[in-house]
Write a protein that binds this ligand. Sequence first.
Ligand code: ADP
Ligand code: MN
Ligand code: MN
Ligand code: MN
Length: 362
Amino acid sequence: MSHLSHSSSLNKVLRQQYLSLPQEDLCLVTYVWIKGVDLHIKTRTMDSVPKSIADIPEWHSSGSPVFEILLAPVCMFRDPFLLDPNKLVLCEVLKHTREPGESNHRNSCNKVMEKVKNLHPWFGMEQEYTLFGVDGHPFGWPRFGFPKPQGLYHCSVGADRAFGRDIVECHYKACLYAGIKIGGINAEVMPSQWEFQVGPCEGIEMGDHLWMARFLLHRVCEDFGVVATLDPKPMKGDWNGAGCHVNVSTVHTREEGGIWHIEKAIENLRKRHEEHLRVYDPHCGEDNKRRLTGLHTTSSITEFSAGVANRKASIRIPHQVAQDKRGYFEDRRPAANCDPYAVTCTIARTCMLEEEDVHELE
Ligand code: ADP
Ligand code: MN
Ligand code: MN
Ligand code: MN
């Protein structure tokens, strides 16, 4: 089996001829939704171009064998594949009863974000991922044996150490075109591992933008014939895992002397370490057990820690933030395959919600 997919070798010049056919006043709208940890899509024709999310109707999909699920549009982006005026639309999944679907973490996240909106919570997430061939072998790794040990790959340049940059840069441009708040990219510690950053985003926008950025990543990878995995420890042994660090601030932490509010938030997080780890990967901490070993610039899964400029702590206060005595903190525990709605929701609950608000939500 070849490491690139069959689809990726189809004739792209021919494809371009059809894609550039005029489409009159019609608009192709691709609905994107989350099912478990996977993304699903389907596309429909609308007879005018939607101006805002309010112009996009609900749709449905066959969810379970019995009942269909409802797709409720929540966020609209430009489509970097079918191009303007076509749209990508992120949807919340609802049951036929209109209750939130099982893997819909957005609904409850949004309720918490509404409660804390006066604090203007900002989040920035660092999504790490690893490229694989369709044969399940890490992209660019030798067929037999291993690449050179880690140490020369992080932020690297050169054909012998940066594997798959085309994908990373095309994804970057696709995100910008779509309207995603992508902040940057870099090569990671393990060969074929990369990172992109999304943010700062306020409140519910963090989950919306990161999920759509993940969709674009999988879709760009499909074009190139490779697969991006968010598995938090794709290769056993002396190879780094993949996380999704989340950076957090509020109006209080950002103003003068805000470090005091950061320290208060860290004390709250310390009390709820286990609870947070259950939320930080889709398998209630099991996935992160493989990654948070205390090795490979990770903290231990069993012990909470915090420190200035410390990349082996659960929570890191960046050097600059300690110096300015204001800014944000970084929670390094979320796994690459975490649900950003669940992660930002639980951080907002722990660090920003007052006791009485918590009771009201329950
Ligand atoms: P690292 O040094 O941990 O690799 P990165 O540069 O990869 O840091 O990521 C930093 C992240 O912090 C970005 O996602 C950015 O959006 C986010 N960020 C910066 N300032 C703030 C802030 N005030 N509040 C929340 N997030 C922030
Ligand atoms: Mn980073
Ligand atoms: Mn990183
Ligand atoms: Mn980081």
